[in-house]
Ligand binder design. Structure first.
Ligand code: CA
Length: 322
């Protein structure tokens, strides 16, 4: 048909969004993402929870799921250090949960309902949830703990996130308070790593200790090393809980490694330390879920922080292959 572009061969045209250069021997990590409709026996499921109106400071973390997915395209699927090729590890990408425009509690309910349903439909899959601010972890972990499963949480964070709910309702400062108060998580099953000076109120450190939360500060990380701390965390949880969930707030990183989060600050851990910890933890069978939160791509520099998130996803998958 004359004038019909579909009939015209344009050999130098590529679809918008496709890689500029394609190497027949190299698979890009974003190609691991497959549609939820595809028949598959994938072990991983990924969902975005783009909620950041609940942040107590300005946050564009609702843009993070899309940016993190995009950053996967910057990396290959081959881990040379372990000599493991991840090219056949598919991740079912179910998309993003639609957030209510104004109602934060309703948005959190949507997250809880969606995660519950995903876990029911995809029982054998590992959950990867992309925030959003840290408030998404309350409904996500509440759902993860559903079905009377005893859940343990290893939280990487500069902050306790144990603030009271009277001052501002369910924000990104309260998810673990809400989990403890709702009975979804026991204090002794929560392990906080990377808690930092001048980022918390004393009342919340005291509350955490009273509740039996294990708190490792950055001083502990410096003096004991993160690899010893995560080994201790696993030893503490593995016989006490049915499943372990990793909650990764990227503000646990020093601001040099994570410029794109609302609460940047000095004295945090390096991206190498965090990535090694994720790789180690993912190897444990009981580690079956993870969220990555508090990345604001609108504040970031060259998407550095979303790139760390892409590597956290890849290290999680790599750990499951080891
Ligand atoms: Ca946090």
């Amino acid at each position: 048909m004359k004038g019909d572009l579909r009939m015209t061969k344009l050999p130098y045209i590529k679809q918008a969004g496709q890689a500029i250069f394609q190497d027949r021997f190299v698979k890009k990590a974003n190609e691991l993402l497959i549609s939820a409709d595809a028949r598959n026996d994938s072990r991983f499921i990924l969902v975005g929870a783009p909620l950041s109106k609940s942040s107590i400071s300005h946050s564009g973390a609702s843009f993070a799921p899309a940016t993190i997915r995009k950053m996967l395209s910057s990396y290959s699927t081959y881990a040379i250090e372990e000599n493991i090729e991840l090219e056949n590890e598919e991740i079912v990408d179910v998309g993003d949960i639609v957030m209510h425009p104004t109602d934060i509690v309703q948005s959190q309910k949507r997250i809880e309902d969606t995660v519950s349903e995903l876990l029911e439909v995809h029982q054998t899959k590992q959950l990867i949830l992309l925030g959003g601010d840290h408030s998404v972890s309350f409904p996500a972990i509440k759902a993860f703990a559903g079905g009377k499963r005893r859940v343990g949480v290893i939280q990487f964070d500069a902050h306790h996130d144990l603030r009271n709910l009277e001052d501002g309702g369910p924000t990104n400062g309260t998810p673990f308070r809400s989990l403890l108060e709702s009975g979804s998580l026991k204090g002794e099953h929560l392990i906080q790593i990377g808690i930092r000076n001048f980022a918390n109120g004393k009342a919340y450190s005291s509350y955490g200790k009273e509740q039996g939360v294990s708190i490792y500060t950055m001083k502990d990380v410096r003096e004991q090393s993160l690899s010893l701390i995560v080994k201790e965390a696993i030893r503490k949880l593995e016989n006490e809980v049915d499943v372990i969930y990793l909650s990764v707030d990227v503000d646990v990183l020093d601001q040099a490694f994570a410029p794109g989060c609302p609460a940047i600050g000095p004295g945090g851990m390096s991206s190498e330390e965090l990535l090694n910890a994720i790789l180690f933890l993912a190897q444990h069978d009981k580690v079956q879920g993870m969220d990555i939160v508090e990345i604001d791509p609108t504040l970031d520099f060259r998407d550095m922080t979303s790139r760390v998130a892409a590597w956290i996803i890849l290290n999680f998958i790599l750990g499951k292959r080891m």
